[in-house]
Design a protein around this ligand. Sequence first.
Ligand code: XMP
Length: 513
Amino acid sequence: MDHEFVLILDFGGQYNQLIARRVRECNVYCEVKPYNKITLDEIRSLSPKGIIFTGGPQSVYGDGAPTVDKGIFELGVPVLGICYGSQLMAHVLGGRVQTCESSEYGKTETEFDTDCELFRIDGLGEKNTVWMSHTDYISDIPRGFKITAHTAHCPVAAMENAEKKLYAVQFHPEVNHTVHGTDMIYNFVRNICQCSGDWTMGNYAQTAIKQLREKIGSGKVLLALSGGVDSSVAAALLSKAVGSQLTCIFVDHGFMRKNEGDEVEAAFRDWDINFIRVNAKAQFMDKLRGVSEPETKRKIIGEEFIRVFERQAKKIGAVDYLAQGTIYPDVIESGSGDAAVIKSHHNVGGLPDYVDFKEIIEPLRMLFKDEVRKLGTELGLSDTLVWRQPFPGPGLAIRIIGEITDEGLEVLQDADLIFREEIAKAGFDRSINQYFAVLTNMRSVGVMGDFRTYDYTLALRAVTTTDFMTAEFARIPYEVLEVCASRIVNEVKNINRVVYDITTKPPATIEWE
Ligand code: XMP
């Protein structure tokens, strides 16, 4: 490994990704590995500078409860156990874990021993708020340990064996509600594990470019470019590595936001790559004529996309590599669970069956979204591309309720542009994670001048979220909404009413279809 490295052993906790992101924020590279997919010898050979145990849903005494080889504590590598991880450390090293009479959940006042290296933080008083979520607790600490924090209901909110560099916290330092939580993680990885902080996107770019060059040699690479952050950054990185050996195909299905197709083309026109834009709107519209059912629309667009891409790829002939913009959260989550399909997602990835290639390369596979953005900036991509909000593969097609028409598309593009302009003007374009307009199929009566109108209702949707699995509606000031509504009904034809969607996800979803 080219970087200092912290291993995160995952015991099935819901915050595993968050822990990894916090460690990366401290400029330390880390990877999340399921506890049962790595042996002690493999851990040793990776030479981690530190190990973190995540939380998990089980009890250490439960049937088949996740555990670790006791030898992990003898590697001479600092270990931090979080929640279940802390109980596991206590249990394996001879302490005792018991079930609480009532679970401790939520923000909890905690008393700290601020002499403990983990808690030596400016501004961390002896009493602080932490985020708790547990049913079991450590009742007896193992020999050699001392208690370094407690709450009214939890006698061991933290413990340490400083000599062996073993630390455990019952609470979740990775959750924002834990005051100074990130500082605690910083103390662990930077001070206790003594990582120097060599993980920066500047360093990553250099290493990745070198590695991609070695791997690709004189081979040909094909990438489906959507104009989204991930595929754009992947294109930029590959372009720096292998230049014109890279061909990017941008399938413009005609459902991009206003001017967006041209913007994507303009952004990549001057790069040293082969850039192919396929204007396929007519084809997509043809297939979608008379179709109004959301899942059918999604399926048609996904399939047509693959067909258009495949036809282009055939013209290029065999390639050595198919590149994809997969990022780390997809890697961590892949293969986990049989969740019900709410919407069939269409992304520009996932095409391997249809294209003649030898291998897939995923140059962003180990990066989180915020790192991808930083890397994009490092590689010289514009802020417009790097800070682009997420945009669904099927584009505006799923933001027009019911059948898609040329007129509907034009109306939606115009209204959406006004909404985006006003959000940017009000300074919310980075703090609101996703915001867009939806053209409903509902008509209502209005009055314009002296005339009655009977026109369409446009909905505005804006959400704040960290993971897009749950979301809150954005608290946009009324004044800003008022300007949006007024501009939209005045400037966009066929709209006489604007509504703001104030549902959370769940029960609603972010997109309307
Ligand atoms: P929902 O509507 O399911 O959306 O709450 C969650 C997030 O996913 C995006 N989304 C998609 N992204 N292909 C994508 O790449 C799709 O087909 C797709 N459908 C929804 C949506 O914009 C939101 O960010």
